[in-house]
Design a protein around this ligand. Structure first.
Ligand code: ADP
Ligand code: MG
Length: 386
């Protein structure tokens, strides 16, 4: 972390020929439980991780915006007067899209000065840890400060989502940005995707001696592939047939009736969402009443539901989950949209290396490429660092 902060300051100076005014950062996130529930107006329980995207920034005395990133060769330059979503493309659509979205949330973009921004990050890109939300949140919190906009963290989360939806063109929910903005050390963000109410929940992983291990299969997934759209369509069909505005309005007591009214596939999709919402509520209650070591069965059940009912797992994810479970994990599940990406395992600290070795061995035995296995800690959300 310290290294990146020094690097980004040096890179800013090398790129723009002066020192930055300040450094701001925002974390990536991982979802502990509550998968595909966001667009069904349900519950999710993500946490901010100790991998961050850092933004070094200095205001300019003209109206020019310049953005550079350690991840990109080109420096992108645009006058504030020319900013529309139509002119944005590529990676710079994330930071400059945030500028546009701040305008949609009341910032007077005809009155603010331009800026130079340099971006660096240790959030893996495209691994399902939301490097995109980390970038949006870091830029949003920085500009909110230097332009003195006075937006609160929940509003800034919506700014990031708006940028991603309309400037980048990715139809994502509010989960990633909420976790990245609102996260807290050893805590998760309990989010109601209908009311957008957010509550910080104590995880107590540290107290319980538990590590959250990420197993990144390296199998790439994409929201644009058919699977994601197809699952959304099934959920919409299920809600329509059950005559509710969204699946959030159904509880486990409604599942008998759902089974009568829906075809088998749609029923199983609906059952995943309805039971997953319940598992998020149960996880929050269990964390409060019994502590982190007691949530393992809920994590395991979530994985079974995604594998059998929602059918979004892949053999690599199933192997990662099973191997973790067999080698001492308290619980494990795939996380993220599915069809690739990562699994998480909640692991007693002294079993982490055994699980890592077991997973490496199991993947080799199956001829799968080696996964990236690492622990993350629940961390603070977007902030000014310097
Ligand atoms: P994820 O959010 O799961 O990491 P996404 O596809 O949603 O994956 O977002 C990744 C994209 O976000 C990258 O392709 C890039 O355009 C942009 N991005 C993320 N981090 C950075 C960064 N540090 N510098 C420049 N662009 C970034
Ligand atoms: Mg993303």
């Amino acid at each position: 972390m310290t290294d990146i902060r020094n690097d980004v300051t040096a890179s800013f100076a090398a790129t723009f020929g002066q020192e930055p005014t300040g450094l701001w950062s925002a974390p990536g996130r991982v979802n502990l439980i509550g998968e595909h529930t966001d667009y069904n107006e349900g519950f999710v329980l993500p946490l901010a991780i100790d991998r961050r995207t850092i933004v070094a920034l200095a205001l300019r005395d003209d109206r020019v915006m310049r953005v550079a990133s350690a991840f990109a060769d080109e420096l992108v330059e645009l006058d504030l007067a020319e900013l529309t979503t139509d002119v944005l493309h590529g990676w710079s659509a994330y930071p400059l899209g945030v500028v546009w979205a701040l305008g949609e949330f009341g910032a007077d973009l005809s009155a603010v000065p331009g800026f130079d921004i340099y971006i660096d990050s240790d959030v893996p890109v495209g691994a399902g840890l939301s490097s995109s939300a980390a970038l949006e949140s870091a830029v949003a919190v920085a500009l909110n400060d230097v332009w003195q906009l006075g937006l609160d963290k929940q509003a800034l989360a919506r700014v990031g989502q708006r940028a991603e939806n309309e400037a980048v063109g990715a139809p994502t929910g509010i989960m990633d940005q909420s976790a990245s903005m609102l996260g807290r050390e050893d805590s998760a963000v309990f989010l109601d995707c209908r009311s957008l109410d957010a509550e910080v929940i104590d995880l107590g992983f540290d107290r319980a001696g538990l590590d959250l291990v990420i197993i990144d299969t390296g199998v790439s997934h994409s929201h644009s592939t058919g699977g994601y759209a197809d699952r959304r369509a099934s959920c919409e069909l299920g809600a329509r047939t059950m005559e509710v505005p969204s699946l959030r309005y159904l509880g486990v007591d409604d599942l008998d009736r759902a089974r009568e009214l829906l075809d088998d596939v749609t029923f199983r999709r609906v059952r995943h969402i309805v039971t997953e919402n319940q598992r998020v509520l149960d996880t929050v209650r269990t964390l409060r009443e019994q502590g982190a070591a007691a949530i393992g069965d809920l994590l395991d059940a979530s994985h079974v539901s995604m594998r059998n009912d929602f059918e979004i797992s892949i053999p690599e994810l199933d192997l990662a989950v099973e191997t973790a479970q067999m080698n001492g994990a308290v619980g494990a599940r795939m996380t993220g949209g599915g069809f690739g990406g990562a699994a998480i395992a909640l692991v007693p600290r002294d079993a982490v290396s055994r699980i890592q070795v077991a997973i490496d061995g199991a993947f080799a035995e199956h001829g799968y490429s080696q996964p990236d296995v690492f622990s993350v800690r629940a961390s603070d959300g977007a902030r000014r660092d310097r």
